[in-house]
Design a protein around this ligand. Structure first.
Ligand code: NAP
Length: 218
């Protein structure tokens, strides 16, 4: 039974991920901005975390430390996008808001819970192909793309720092039917979660970018 910490389990990919690990018999500590979720499980604990607020990050990390459990798998899943589709203009207000959650908050939260991550553990940052410098081909939603490219570098930095101790991966989950992905997306949250679940349990090369179990270009 592994202990899995997943941010953003209230809905979307994070919810499907939490359900998959619970189905496997793992213990899941999840987060949502309200500190509750509309679903429960005996092995699920949901804590309040708002990645845009440093006090909330500090409080949540303290609660996790107080549990006294070591973490085997950390999945930084929670993320936002400005929703400015078809809009190539980079608005600094949007960039700050998106970076606050997708990069600064995620890095701060990771840093605070890092001492709890077991040697041999796996940290997975849910990124996006939108953050791939070689894949990117249009100028839409620039703030989101910049945030995920930066998150990918965060993955590489952690991987180098914790080489031979912790595996660190970035993942593109696919285009997934969620509040963020919309109803036209071509993957169900369950399918995306299955690939991420398998990756979490597979001894893979650290510091890589993955999509459906295959390496994805940076
Ligand atoms: N869906 C796609 O097609 C797609 C494609 C590529 C990458 N991704 C990435 O996959 C991850 C999950 O996306 P999704 O589609 O499942 O999104 P979603 O349905 O919009 O869910 C977002 C999750 O993040 C949490 N969250 C939002 N703002 C937060 C904040 N300020 N602090 C802490 N948690 C916050 C939400 O919690 P609340 O419910 O409490 O607000 C929710 O649990 C994201 O990192 C996203 O960028 C998604």
């Amino acid at each position: 039974m592994k202990t899995v910490l997943i941010t953003g389990v209230s809905r979307g990919i994070g919810k499907a991920l939490a359900e998959r690990f619970l189905q496997n018999g793992d213990f899941v500590v999840g987060t949502s901005t309200k500190g509750t979720s509309d679903w429960t499980h005996e092995n699920l604990t949901v804590l309040k975390l708002d990645l845009s607020k440093s006090e909330s990050i500090e409080e949540c990390a303290e609660q996790i430390i107080a549990f006294g459990k070591k973490i085997d798998i950390l999945i930084n899943n929670a993320g936002i996008w400005s929703g400015a589709e078809d809009d190539p203009v980079l608005r600094i207000k949007d960039l700050r808001k998106t970076l606050e959650v997708n990069l600064f908050g995620t890095a701060d939260f990771t840093d605070r819970v890092l001492p709890l991550v077991n040697d041999g553990g796996h940290i997975i940052n849910i990124s996006s192909r939108a953050g791939s410098l070689s894949y990117v081909h249009d100028a839409e939603y620039p703030d989101y793309k910049i945030s995920k490219a930066a998150l990918n570098m965060f993955t590489r930095m952690l991987a180098i720092r914790f080489k031979d101790k912790i595996t660190v991966s970035s993942v593109h989950p696919g285009w997934v039917k969620t509040d963020m992905g919309g109803s036209d997306a071509d993957m169900e949250p369950k399918e995306a979660a299955e690939h991420i679940f398998k990756l979490a349990y597979t001894p893979v090369e650290t510091g890589q970018f993955w999509f459906k179990g295959e390496k994805f270009p940076w």
